[in-house]
Design a protein around this ligand. Structure first.
Ligand code: FES
Length: 330
């Protein structure tokens, strides 16, 4: 039976407690009479997030974003820790902000956007955790720009039986409120070398953080060439084509191309062609030395692209990524 240590928010109290066999950290803390947030108790809602600098059991981080994992976040309801494990309480509920919903609109057949009041400051490309009224939490990237837009925008993919995406689509209406926690993440543009070539690759709602990063680079006056590659199953999976075309017309150093698996019809955009984004990057960018790379989308896509970009010479410090990891119950 492991003994573990639970640090309260300001570290003024450290609770030492002995967990029963197969008892989760969350259950042990609740059993001791400490009131901590929780919801599903099954690794879905993320409401029981805590942090630790110790070795975290893998099962306690399934479904978290890579940046959360790197910051030592884990779900206490799925955590069966080793003896001596130390856990820290994360931000309290009072640090959440409430935002009024301004708009909800479909962007393609299965992705919709939600615009809410600008209630937090953020870097384009970061993400926030959104909470439903029934305690389900999911992380979504900021697709808006804090200086250019007077709203915050998130792109949400409708997932069949998805606990948050279906709740938000079915229940959130204009003037309803949403709790937001964040921002988090370190995948964003920095003005370190304004002449550096930027390569951005994404699939699905990976476009949300990339669109924010792209606008940030362009608005900051980035001089180097910027190329955005988007991938999808077919052209109906893509969205924001007009927004991207407008940017490409306005900024000479920006271009974008989309690669879809299915045959492309003649009347579809000139920017869309049949192909594989991974193969295209491999072919078009054999040497990525001195190129800054941004990769956003499904975890498997990001991992594969990251490896390829590294093999093509991109330095790991020049690869920024945001991997979306699917929830086991979504
Ligand atoms: S209570 Fe832990 S993920 Fe929901």
């Amino acid at each position: 039976m492991p003994t573990v240590y639970f640090h309260t928010l300001d570290d003024t109290d450290v609770l030492s407690l002995q967990l029963n066999d197969n008892e989760s950290l969350l259950d042990g803390i609740l059993r001791s009479g400490i009131d901590v947030p929780f919801g599903c108790k099954s690794g879905v809602c993320q409401s029981c997030l805590m942090q630790s600098n110790d070795t975290i059991p893998q099962t306690a981080q399934l479904g978290l974003r890579q940046t959360q994992i790197e910051q030592g976040f884990f779900m206490s309801c799925c955590c069966l820790p080793e003896d001596g494990f130390r856990a820290h309480m994360t931000k309290p509920k009072s640090d959440f902000v409430t935002a009024k919903v301004l708009e909800k609109e479909l962007l393609n057949q299965d992705i919709y956007r939600i615009r809410v009041e600008k209630v937090v400051d953020y870097r384009p490309g970061q993400f926030a955790t959104l909470w439903s009224s029934n305690g389900v939490a999911r992380s979504y990237s900021f697709a808006s720009h804090p200086q250019e837009d007077d709203f915050i925008e998130f792109h949400i993919k409708k997932i069949e039986n998805g606990a948050f995406s279906q709740w938000a689509w079915n229940n959130l209406e204009q003037s309803h409120t949403l709790e937001i926690q964040g921002p988090l993440g370190d995948c964003f543009y920095t003005e370190s070398d304004m002449n550096q070539t930027l390569l951005m690759c994404g699939i699905g709602t990976g476009l949300a953080p990339l669109y924010g990063i792209l606008r940030d680079a362009l608005i900051s006056g980035h001089k180097g060439k910027i190329t955005l590659y988007l991938g999808g199953r077919n052209s109906t999976n893509l969205y924001f084509m007009d927004n991207l075309k407008t940017l490409a017309e306005k900024f000479n150093n920006f271009s974008f191309e989309c690669f879809v698996q299915e045959v492309v019809l003649d009347n579809q955009s000139a920017n869309i062609q049949q192909g594989d984004i991974y193969q295209e990057v491999k072919r078009a960018y054999p040497n990525l030395e001195d190129t800054k790379v941004f990769l956003c989308g499904a975890d498997s896509f990001v991992k594969k692209m990251k490896k390829q970009c590294f093999l093509s010479g991109a330095s790991m410090k020049d690869i920024s990524s945001d991997a979306f990891i699917a929830f086991k119950k979504d």
